[in-house]
Ligand binder design. Structure first.
Ligand SMILES: Cc1cc2nc3c(=O)[nH]c(=O)nc-3n(C[C@H](O)[C@H](O)[C@H](O)COP(=O)(O)OP(=O)(O)OC[C@H]3O[C@@H](n4cnc5c(N)ncnc54)[C@H](O)[C@@H]3O)c2cc1C
Length: 456
């Protein structure tokens, strides 16, 4: 093994949960290691900062754990440095003994239907990024002066999108939601939100807690049709399975919703099942969604939606699709386009039958968009186990590491930010939020973050 001054140098790409758990596992290994974390934004923490809903602040407390990791000896943050934009895979391989990709799933699955790109049709990523102050989505516009929105997809991200559209804006004012989103939501005229799923209530992917929350929104009626809750034998088999407790709880909630009335509530959320979008309608913007009615086919736990041939139209002005996330290919590395991940064998990146030496992957880019924040810990520990096994077997030569990498940046116009500079941004955001009773007011433009840290 190397001596401490010739520490093994590892680059972790991405500062979301999987990146931090990988860094933690490496630093706990008791080896002489230097871990450099490259992040394309000036700010760390991935979807914990820009995905987790502003009205779920407790979930963001995990940032304290990541902060402790970032302050550990042997850890360095290189913010505002993107693999593929500022550095190449070949350069990283020349500077580090191993590279761990932890870039998450940065894009959305498409519905692949006509009209999908009409104005008024958006991805959940765009909307969530916009209200959470992600710089990529700062200038997106959502016409909330309309009345009817349809959300395609029945998972927790769809629930987040729905809740933010349906909640009284005053309940969001003391969250870390971005100011521009708060201003737009304050003017919102959204009255009806329809959430559609291609299978039935027993297959909806919400967790019961998130679903229950939709039923508790002030001045909002949450509605379902009791005909959709007449479940067949195979669905009942699924609901009776103890491992499938979420589905049984969800169905109990949907049954409660069937008894609700819209009344004179300000807003309504309506669940629709067994529908697959087939066309987004409209000339110059979204005016409706044509949907095909499905029935379920196949055995319990493997039931698939199969078109009945019947179609219907939902009139709407806004469409959000929330049907899953995909990783983005990294130039110079293999990519599984079907699954939207970097192909790997338990974390070792593979190219056909071969492993790519020294390159590893973790988190959503490794396994696809599944699980909760904590799921990424075990996933990263698994990847790091292989990194360490390969490194100890390797006849490690000295590598130049992060100092030499940083020396490349000025000529490229790359301004990398340290963790201390992120802490400056953090402090300024908290200060900006204070007068409004918010935990922070995020900077939403990279140039403002660079200016604040003296890189303007
Ligand atoms: C809208 C939404 C809400 C969610 N809410 C919850 C919740 O309430 N509770 C829960 O448990 N889980 C939630 N999740 C799931 C959770 O966020 C994920 O499990 C977790 O973030 C995945 O971690 P990751 O590190 O793989 O990816 P990410 O968190 O996406 O982190 C990837 C990081 O890599 C960076 N990056 C990407 N490409 C590059 C590049 N080329 N160079 C350098 N850096 C790069 C990105 O900027 C990002 O910081 C939510 C997910 C979404 C999408």
């Amino acid at each position: 093994m190397n001596t401490p001054d010739k520490a093994l140098k590892i680059a972790v790409i991405g500062s979301g949960p999987s990146g931090f758990y990988a860094a933690e596992a490496l630093l706990r290994a008791g080896l002489p290691l230097q871990v450099d974390m490259l992040e394309r934004l000036p700010t760390p923490f991935g979807l914990v900062r820009s995905g987790v809903a502003p009205d779920h602040p407790k979930l963001k407390e995990v940032i304290k754990v990541y902060d402790r990791i970032a302050r550990s000896p042997g850890f360095r943050f290189l913010g505002n440095v993107a693999l593929g934009r500022d550095v190449t895979v070949a350069e990283l391989r020349a500077h580090y003994h191993a590279i761990i990709l932890a870039c998450g799933a940065q894009s959305d699955r498409c519905m692949g239907i006509p009209g999908e790109d009409l104005p008024g049709s958006h991805t959940a990523t765009e909307f969530v990024g916009w209200f959470n102050g992600h710089p990529d989505y700062r200038d997106h516009a959502f016409d909330l002066g309309r009345e009817v929105a349809v959300i395609v997809g029945q998972g927790n991200v769809a629930a987040d999108v729905c809740r933010i559209l349906a909640k009284p804006v005053d309940e969001l004012r003391t969250t870390d939601i971005s100011e521009h989103a708060l201003d737009a939501l304050a003017q919102s005229r959204i009255r009806e939100i329809h959430i559609i799923g291609r299978r039935g209530p027993a297959q909806a992917r919400f967790t019961p807690r998130e679903l229950r929350e939709l039923g508790e929104i002030h001045q909002c009626a949450t509605l379902a049709d009791n005909r959709d809750l007449r479940l067949g034998e195979r669905c009942e088999t699924e609901l009776n399975d103890l491992q499938n407790g979420n589905a049984a709880k969800n169905c109990a909630l949907f049954r409660e919703f069937t008894a609700n009335q819209a009344g004179n509530r300000r807003r309504q959320i309506r669940f629709h099942f067994y529908l697959s979008p087939s066309e987004v309608l409209g000339d110059s913007r979204v005016e409706g969604l044509r949907v095909a009615r499905n029935r379920l086919e196949g055995p319990a736990f493997a039931q698939v939606a199969s078109a009945t041939g019947e179609t219907t139209t939902l009139n709407c002005d806004l469409l959000f699709r929330s049907i899953g996330y995909r990783g983005v290919p990294i130039p110079g590395l293999p990519f599984d386009d079907h699954r939207g991940i970097v192909p790997n064998a338990v974390g070792r990146v593979t190219d056909g039958d071969h492993t790519v030496p020294g390159v590893y992957v973790t988190g959503w880019l490794k396994r696809g968009p599944s699980g909760v924040i904590g799921t990424n810990r075990a996933d990263s520990v698994e990847t790091v186990t292989h990194v360490l096994a390969d490194l100890t077997q390797a006849d490690a030569v000295e590598k130049p590491g992060g100092d030499a990498l940083e020396a490349l940046f000025p000529a490229r116009g790359t301004r990398n930010l340290s963790y201390e500079e992120w802490l400056q941004i953090d402090e300024a955001e908290i200060e900006r939020g204070r007068p409004h009773g918010k935990p922070r007011e995020k900077f939403t433009r990279v140039r403002d973050m660079l200016a604040l840290t003296g890189h303007g």
